[in-house]
Design a protein around this ligand. Structure first.
Ligand code: URP
Ligand code: ZN
Ligand code: ZN
Ligand code: ZN
Length: 466
């Protein structure tokens, strides 16, 4: 088994920053030592990676991606192969994607279908949440089986009536089951019933542009659904993880719940921190590139999200990576914003955007690692195997150059999508060398991994409960 020594870097974890050399033995981190003490390891190593002037950080953990997800009559453009390769380029070495139950189908069939898409195709390790689209007696029993297989979190939708939507009674039943079996309920919190009325009214009034997507999906309807989801979880006695929080009013609901000491957690995404309704209002249908749900908000909401992230009312930043090409996919909604497939690309950009947020003074360097690596790993039962740099952990490591300057562009990114939501943006910081379980998968801008290196991760239950 190959032994690699990563020398001279500043090791940054959620807990501390130390000048240490990292010894990798096979797939795991064997030891950390001061540079002087690490000299003793030199005779026994196969390879030395120079990290001087750089950070050594845990590989990013992105707990919200949708590779090849069917949506709105099309399929997200990144496969597990292209999407996980792009993740690796961006310093992310673990993804948790969403397997989907078909209405009328079993969880087993849904999970098996997603295993088939991912197996032998991933560049980095992967796990699954399960989307509950049809909650009934059989589904509830199957939840227990999935928890035993390491699929320990279940997403439900208060949005998308007639597609993925669950009513409050079904949601309550699934939460009650989660309270029993230790699973973590995840919620897409938007009042989809009310939103559908507003969509119909807007279209009837001839308002068809992408910007209207943001106007009908009101912040108040995100906050209302967030409040309701919290109430249902309290009644059920389960924890709750609210995905893709974008509205200041929704953050306020999370803050109120957490001030009561409840196990209620919030996730936001880079698009809500860095983009706004100004992007959704871009002319010539370009706003379609920015259609996702929850929607981008007016720029004023960003301050509340940053504050939430600093205070842990928002605990995780994931991407909700769900790419659709502008040509041929976003196009489906020309003349009717409700037919634009929902989702933005970003799996490759998250670590760098959040590093930029460190430089901009929004968060500290350790908080960067906490919200992007450590807490997502703990929230979804992967810690300390993932999310930290410590002896015994998987050697998922990134040598990160904090002073490399890059200009984000679709011309140079590795995601299989024909635009970048951050086109032209200059960022400082970039992954240099990326290691997944001891194998270097990206080095000097080149992919050195292989499809199938990435393994399925059986997860424990949530490790972030108070
Ligand atoms: O617009 C989004 N977020 N698309 C992906 C599906 C979801 O609701 O997360
Ligand atoms: Zn969602
Ligand atoms: Zn999503
Ligand atoms: Zn800023």
């Amino acid at each position: 088994m190959a032994r690699t020594l990563i020398r001279g870097g500043l090791v940054v974890t959620a807990a501390e920053e130390t000048h240490a050399d990292v010894l990798v033995d096979g797939e795991r981190i064997a030891a950390l030592a001061s540079p002087a003490a690490a000299d003793a390891w030199l005779p026994g190593v196969d390879r030395v990676i120079d990290a001087s002037g750089k950070y050594v950080i845990p590989g990013g953990v992105d707990v919200h991606t949708h590779m090849e997800m069917p949506f709105g009559g099309t399929v997200a453009s990144d496969t597990f192969e292209t999407g996980t390769r792009a993740a690796a380029f961006g310093g992310t070495t673990t993804i948790v994607d969403f397997a989907i139950q078909q209405v009328g189908g079993s969880l087993r069939a849904g999970l098996d279908a997603w295993h088939a898409k991912a197996q032998d195709n991933c560049a980095v390790d992967y796990a699954f949440h399960m989307i509950l689209a049809d909650i009934n007696d059989a589904t509830l029993d199957e939840m227990d089986l999935l928890v035993a297989e390491g699929v320990t979190s279940f997403k439900m939708f208060m949005a998308y009536p007639g597609v993925l939507y669950s009513d409050d009674g079904r949601i309550l039943r699934a939460m009650q089951r989660a309270a029993d079996n230790g699973a973590l309920p995840m919620m897409h919190a938007e009042n989809g019933i009310a939103i559908d009325v507003l969509i119909e009214q807007a279209l009837a009034a001839g308002r068809t542009d992408p910007r209207v997507h943001g106007e009908v999906r009101k912040a108040l309807l995100e906050a209302e659904a967030t409040h309701r989801a919290i109430a249902l979880a309290r009644v059920a006695g389960s924890p709750l993880y609210v995905v893709h929080v974008s509205a200041a009013e929704a953050v306020a609901e999370l803050t109120a719940a957490r001030d009561l000491g409840l196990n209620v957690f919030g996730e936001t995404c880079p698009q809500y921190l860095f983009l706004s309704t100004d992007d959704l209002a871009r002319p010539d249908f370009e706003g379609a590139k920015y259609v996702c749900s929850t929607p981008l908000r007016p720029v004023e909401h960003q301050a509340a999200l940053w504050r939430g992230l600093r205070g842990d009312d928002l605990s995780v930043v994931s991407t909700d990576h769900c790419p659709f090409c502008f040509a041929g996919q976003k196009d489906l909604g020309r003349g009717d914003f409700s037919k634009i497939p929902n989702g933005l690309p970003g799996v490759e950009n998250r670590m760098d955007l959040l590093h930029q947020a460190v430089l901009d003074g929004h968060i500290t360097r350790r908080r960067w690692i906490e919200i992007a690596c450590a807490t997502p790993a703990r929230m979804f039962g992967l810690y300390p195997r993932k999310g930290t740099v410590a002896p015994g952990a998987d050697a998922d490591l990134v040598v990160y150059d904090p002073s490399a300057v890059q200009t984000v562009s679709a011309a140079t990114h590795h995601m299989n999508v024909d635009y970048s939501a951050y086109e032209g943006r200059q960022l400082t910081g970039r992954a240099d060398t990326v290691m997944s379980r001891g194998t270097v998968v990206v080095e000097a801008g080149k992919y050195t991994g292989r499809a199938g290196h990435g393994a399925f991760l059986r997860r424990a239950t949530c490790q972030y409960l108070s």
